[in-house]
Write a protein that binds this ligand. Structure first.
Ligand SMILES: [Zn+2]
Ligand SMILES: [Zn+2]
Ligand SMILES: [Zn+2]
Ligand SMILES: [Zn+2]
Ligand SMILES: [Zn+2]
Ligand SMILES: [Zn+2]
Ligand SMILES: [Zn+2]
Length: 270
């Protein structure tokens, strides 16, 4: 009924009681492919709310053929899995490969596979909440402290930011390690505070006697402190060790431990 061409019995398609040649039937009534706009005469793919020729339904990036049930969508366009992952998934900072939905962890402001976020030294997996960072690289606590924390002057083990420490001869010590060698800890008293506060230019936090003071140059300060300690804790004239416990007695113009000021003959305290 459309073009006036003569039809044969096996060469027409009927619609609402009227015969059409195949060409006109498809042109008038078949769905049109959203890519090439030609009518779809055989199997159509209905995807993304549009109709497609099976051969027009291709990956937007690599043009590989896609299946109706097996493709990925971005901005209304179909993609194969490989291109979708490559183009639209964040790449792992560790291995450089895309990270699948729901598997990403974020650490140091970058995306990672959980199994790729590991200590730079021992390759143990790290937790984004508890790792340590140095120069843009992640470390476990142990390796971080081994590499970057100051070492105790006694046991040579790292002193972490959580450890208490005391300064002895310009080096940090664990309080326990210091006690083990029985070196007197410089105790900060009201008398020594002005000394410490005098040197306050570039503020570097340092621990002295377990209290923090801003000190610009500990080395130049230590002689002052030594001096102060000598005055506060003079060596006992008997045993020649500092009198640190406050039980100083003065006899014959010299300082003594009470227990060291003894009779030369009978060794009884005087
Ligand atoms: Zn026709
Ligand atoms: Zn098409
Ligand atoms: Zn593709
Ligand atoms: Zn990775
Ligand atoms: Zn490690
Ligand atoms: Zn130590
Ligand atoms: Zn003594």
């Amino acid at each position: 009924v459309e073009c006036g061409k003569i039809l044969t019995v096996d060469n027409f398609i009927e619609r609402l009681g009227s015969p059409y040649c195949k060409e006109d039937y498809h042109r008038l009534f078949s769905p049109k492919c959203c890519v090439c706009t030609e009518p779809i005469k055989d199997k159509a793919i209905n995807a993304l709310g549009k109709m497609w020729h099976t051969y027009c339904f291709k990956c937007t990036a690599c043009a590989c053929p896609l299946e109706e049930k097996n493709f990925y969508e971005k901005n209304g366009m179909p993609y194969c899995e490989k291109d979708y992952m490559n183009l639209f998934h964040p790449k792992c900072t560790g291995c450089g490969l895309p990270i699948a939905e729901g598997r990403q962890i974020t650490a140091m402001g970058k995306p990672w596979h959980p199994e790729c976020f590991v200590c730079t030294i021992c390759v143990k997996p790290l937790q984004p909440e508890t790792f340590k960072e140095h120069a843009g690289k992640p470390y476990c606590e142990d390796d971080y402290h081994k590499l970057f924390s100051p070492k105790c002057g006694g046991c040579q083990q790292p002193i972490t930011d959580k450890d208490e420490k005391v300064m002895v001869r310009g080096k940090p010590w664990h309080p326990g390690c210091n006690a083990a060698i029985n070196e007197p800890v410089i105790t900060v008293t009201p008398a020594v505070e002005p000394l410490l506060q005098k040197a306050t230019r570039p503020k570097v936090e340092t621990d002295i006697g377990r209290k923090s003071y801003p000190i610009d140059d500990l080395d130049s300060l230590l002689p002052l402190l030594d001096d102060f300690v000598k005055k506060s804790y003079p060596d006992c004239s008997g045993c020649k060790t500092p009198i640190t416990d406050g039980n100083k007695i003065t006899a014959m113009g010299k300082p003594w431990h009470p227990q060291c000021f003894t009779c030369d003959k009978c060794v009884r305290p005087l």
